[in-house]
Design a protein around this ligand. Structure first.
Ligand code: NAD
Ligand code: TDX
Length: 339
């Protein structure tokens, strides 16, 4: 079986590639990534030489490059992780989000239609459901919750989801969609909450908490997400959406305090800054469907996952120090300079 993984030089895509190569040595894995600011070839350095792995630098919006790749590889499964993924950047400039997340997805599916595939799996997000109020802890996102987005990022992901379902109904394309909650783990780009706080702690820099830090996210260790996607793309029903989450809701401020304590840094580093525009209050997934149909349950408890993650950032300083020493400095100044 040949599996194309788009966005495989990013956080979740790279972890997914390691998962596939570990669990299915007989499969061929082809990574397609345009190496935007968020993509790092160094992340894949330990697998680049494997005979059943190929890296192709290409943009998912580039129809010629994608057509050539499909003709060469004749893939069985496409898993689409490639996306602009950071909400704050989408608020600064939505354009590239619409291009990659919507048009890129359509371009991949057009190639799938032309060449024929067994499955196109779209990696989506719980953010397409909008948010839940803090005073209704009984409410959760199910697959039937209406799409109700807040940011240009989540709107672009929702647009892609609708297109994926339309390609199934109109053209009979064998698709599936997963909508996962917030991931954490190794190789997450330091613009996201957990790695940003770890990096700032280690540099004794202020820890910028948006608003009052009361927003709630439902955190899942990245390996558990990878296992869920693998199950869905092989055994999930065609045309279906599966929510993925581990019932692990935490307030941002509690995560930041936990990281401070784990790294033996004072809470006085915490700085409350101007809130994100349109900031979603609470995400919470009901993962009953994937449990019932595919037997999936999360395996990593948050206490263990966050410990492993902090240790990974301590042991792999060169990976993220390299990233934050470059263009990222300008990004950080722009986003946090006068906040
Ligand atoms: P990421 O930003 O770390 O990685 C994205 C990757 O896609 C990068 O390697 C980048 O170079 C590549 N890419 C971007 N535009 C491209 C293009 N036009 N052509 C080819 N490659 C391109 O993102 P992530 O956090 O790993 O998220 C991966 C996917 O999972 C995204 O679709 C995201 O919406 C979804 N998701 C993420 C989370 C989370 O918590 N991080 C949760 C749920 C769903
Ligand atoms: O500096 C910060 N301070 C802060 O308080 C950052 C970067 C974030 N936050 C808050 C905003 C959110 O409430 O922390 C929470 C998590 O923020 P992000 O890491 O930016 O993630 P989020 O906006 O929740 O979106 C993530 O989960 C869903 C991913 O980035 C998306 O790609 C995924 O779809």
């Amino acid at each position: 079986m040949t599996i194309i993984v788009t966005g495989g030089a990013g956080f979740i895509g790279s972890n997914f590639i390691f998962y596939l190569l570990d669990h299915y040595p007989e499969d061929r894995v082809v990574c397609v990534d345009s190496l935007t600011y968020a993509g790092n070839l160094s992340t894949l350095k330990n697998v680049l030489d494997k005979p059943n792995f190929r890296f192709v630098k290409a943009d998912i919006c580039d129809d010629k490059a994608i057509a050539q790749l499909f003709a060469e590889e004749k893939p069985d499964i496409i898993v689409n992780f490639a996306a602009e993924s950071h909400v704050d950047r989408s608020i600064e400039d939505p354009t590239v989000f619409l291009k990659t997340n919507i048009l890129g997805t359509a371009n991949l599916m057009d190639a799938c239609r032309k060449y024929g595939i067994q499955r196109f799996h779209q990696v989506s997000t719980d953010e397409v459901y909008g948010d839940l109020p803090l005073d209704r802890p009984d409410l959760f996102f199910t697959e039937e919750t209406p799409i109700h987005t807040s940011s240009p990022y989540s709107s672009s992901k929702a647009g892609a989801d609708l297109l994926v379902l339309a390609y199934h109904r109109t053209f009979g394309l064998p698709v599936s969609i997963s909508r996962c909650s917030n991931n954490y783990g190794p190789y997450q780009f330091p613009e996201k909450l957990i790695p940003l706080m770890i990096a700032n702690c280690l540099h004794d820099k202020p820890l910028p908490v948006y608003g009052e830090g009361l927003n709630v996210r439902d955190w899942l260790y990245v390996d558990d997400h990878c296992r869920a996607i693998d199950l869905i793309m092989r055994h999930g029903r065609v045309g279906e959406v599966y929510n993925v989450g581990g019932h692990n809701e935490m307030r941002n401020i509690d995560i930041v305090k936990l990281i401070c304590h784990a790294l033996d840094k004072p809470e006085s580093l915490i700085t409350y800054v101007t809130d994100r525009k349109g900031h979603d209050m609470r995400y919470a997934i009901d993962p009953e469907k994937i449990h019932r149909e595919l037997g999936w349950l999360p395996e990593t408890r948050f206490e263990d996952g966050i410990k492993k993650t902090i240790e990974w950032y301590l042991d792999n300083r060169e990976w993220w120090e390299e990233i934050i020493s470059g263009e990222y400095q300008k990004y950080y100044e722009k986003m946090y300079g006068n906040r």
